[in-house]
Design a protein. Structure first.
Length: 328
């Protein structure tokens, strides 16, 4: 039996969505310790699963690994389509658990495309492998145009920068009960429309913020500068999505962001992926004050929801099998 546990990830945005620049996408994001998804796998003659999506990923993993079968179960779940990378983390955790249950090496980066993951952003794969704040290289624009290649017909973009953020930092995540974010064909169509209209000068502005502000702040562990940079990059990303999501931020994320930007102990407030998850960064000393601010913001807008506080992930997914416990 093998058990794999992976933390959620926040997706700050992309470096470029314009076909006028040499590289497309280029994700920026942060791995979290909480919340997590945990998958357990045991060798079997066929595929047995307690969840439809888990079964789909388990069947892909069995095919990719060329093993007879597996019995898989989910012990902890990430909320789906809210901006926490649930699909990628579940797919990779399933792949890794099936591989280890059969004494195989998972090779998650190599096999992620066959699992249907890493087609645009490499952040989820990167945080699964090693946690931290991750910047990926994106894809050559000539290779990735408005139409995504078929599953498996790509390589996951390389991690060009990874910084392990201070453990005393806390990422606040507000999860309002709202319509889930876009996924599947709906997401593909939205991204296609965004890319066709994207202003390339926004990418040039993001490049300056990334190199002159965000990367130095991440390397030096300067919380406020890091927060200011991810907040500004998130807003610039939002200008690309205004038509697709009804504003720089998707409702009700925009209302929560407006409320939380006035919280003095939070910085870097933004929307993760398509939302509705909203995040901000603070430190352990001010974490409870930030939590109360998020709860107040949800209440003020008449929204039910959950508020999570998590340190940044300092390592990748956890694994436990017959050889013991460890990390990827």
């Amino acid at each position: 039996m093998a058990t794999v546990s992976a933390g959620a990830r926040l997706h700050v945005g992309f470096q470029n969505l314009s076909l006028a620049r040499d590289r497309l996408y280029g994700g920026l994001g942060v791995g979290l310790e909480e919340p997590r998804v945990t998958v357990t796998a045991t060798p079997a003659a066929d595929v047995v699963a307690d969840d439809d999506l888990l079964e789909r990923y388990a069947r892909r993993a069995v095919d990719v690994l060329d093993v007879p079968g597996v019995a898989v179960s989910i012990e902890r779940r990430l909320p789906r389509h809210v901006g926490l990378g649930s699909g990628t983390q579940l797919a990779l955790a399933t792949l890794a658990a099936v591989a280890r249950a059969h004494d195989r090496e998972p090779r998650v980066r190599e096999r992620a495309p066959a699992m249907g993951r890493g087609g645009r952003s490499g952040v989820g794969v990167g945080t699964f492998e090693g946690g931290g704040f991750v910047v990926d290289a994106g894809h050559p624009t000539g290779r990735f145009t408005t139409a995504r290649p078929a599953d498996g017909d790509w390589t996951v973009p390389a991690v060009v920068a990874r910084h392990h953020l201070p453990n005393e930092w806390r990422f606040l995540v507000a999860l309002p009960e709202a319509e889930p974010g876009r996924s599947g064909d709906d997401e593909d169509e939205s991204i296609r429309t965004v890319i066709e209209r994207a202003d390339p000068t926004v990418a040039d502005e993001i490049a300056g913020l990334l190199t002159r502000k965000l990367l130095p702040a991440a390397a030096e562990g300067r919380l406020e500068a890091f927060g200011e940079a991810i907040g500004e990059i998130g807003r610039k990303n939002g200008t690309w999505y205004t038509d697709a999501q009804g504003g720089v931020y998707r409702p009700p994320a925009g209302e929560l962001i407006d409320a939380l930007e006035g919280c003095p102990v939070l910085s870097g407030v933004g929307q993760s992926s398509w939302g509705p998850a909203v995040y901000g960064v603070t430190d352990a000393t001010h974490a409870e004050e930030a939590r109360e601010a998020a709860r107040d913001a949800l209440e003020a807008w008449g929204l039910a929801g959950e508020v999570v506080l998590s340190p940044p992930a300092s390592e990748g997914a956890r694994i436990e099998d017959r050889s013991g416990a460890g990390r990827f």
